[in-house]
Design a protein around this ligand. Structure first.
Ligand SMILES: [Zn+2]
Length: 260
């Protein structure tokens, strides 16, 4: 298996799968929680079991294929009710074919029947903190990237897991994405929490809190208005625009939903 992992804090493993998306494993004294499951090309559950012997629950931050398809290795998963209806579209045949060709391009032969395996039952993610034993995972709704996107806060490690609500390059243009102002407002609310470190799915290295603040502070109305159009295949029908911040962070957003 070609996963790689790094223990960022005691009991906090950031894991990258063979196609380059990350997930985070939180291991408490009693149980473990895997936040996101990657593309699912390889046996993510088997890899997680090399890191912990505790029973593992799976939580998906949102329904996109690069986070949710790995759920096929589990017997169930938590996902916000707002994103459950998106699962057939994002984990269906068309998305799987695309993932399969990416995998083959990299010389990977997916384990199991990648095209046919169904996802396990999905249970609506609530807001109740999940007590793992000495480590707590607090689900936080953060609609924007998708209507049901969730972040996870880990108070004992002053750690925030943003899902795709924020990456150093954040995508906010999918058809079901919220208006830009609303999405950024939801993200800004996370700054009310006392965290120091952020882990996100499209970066293997952790980021300091200040980087998320720079992102939000840099996306002024002027910065959004000045953002030039950019082509993001296969989303040519969307008015995608790219705002680049002085520190190199980017927001790709739908100009039609920016209220400019
Ligand atoms: Zn996503």
């Amino acid at each position: 298996m070609s996963f790689k992992s790094s223990e960022i804090f005691p009991g906090v493993f950031h894991i990258e799968d063979a196609l380059g998306v990350c997930m985070t494993l939180l291991v408490g004294e009693d149980r473990a929680l895997l936040v996101d499951a990657g593309y699912g090309v390889e046996d993510v559950r088997g890899f997680v079991e090399t890191l912990t012997e505790r029973p593992v629950t799976l939580l998906l931050t949102h329904a996109h294929h690069d986070h949710a398809l790995g759920a096929r290795w589990f017997s169930g998963a938590l996902l916000s009710a707002g994103d459950i209806p998106l699962i057939p579209r994002y984990t269906g045949r068309q998305q799987r074919e695309r993932v399969l060709s990416q995998a083959r391009f990299r010389g990977l032969q997916p384990a199991g029947d990648f095209m046919a395996d169904s996802l396990p039952p999905l249970f609506p993610l609530g807001r109740e903190p999940v007590d793992l034993g000495g480590l707590t995972a607090v689900p936080l709704p953060c609609p924007g990237h998708t209507p049901g996107s969730a972040a996870v806060y880990v108070p004992e490690r002053r750690l925030l897991l943003t899902g795709d609500a924020w990456n150093p390059c954040t995508w906010l243009f999918f058809p079901e994405a919220l208006p830009v102002g609303e999405a950024l407002g939801n993200l800004r609310r996370l700054l009310e929490l006392p965290f120091d470190t952020v882990l996100c799915p499209h970066s293997f290295t952790p980021h300091p809190r200040a980087k998320l603040r720079q992102f939000l502070d840099g996306l002024t109305e002027d910065a959004l208005r000045a953002a030039p159009p950019v082509d993001i295949p296969p989303y040519e029908k969307i008015d995608t625009r790219r705002a680049v911040l002085p520190d190199g962070q980017e927001l790709i957003f739908d100009g039609g939903k920016a209220g400019l």
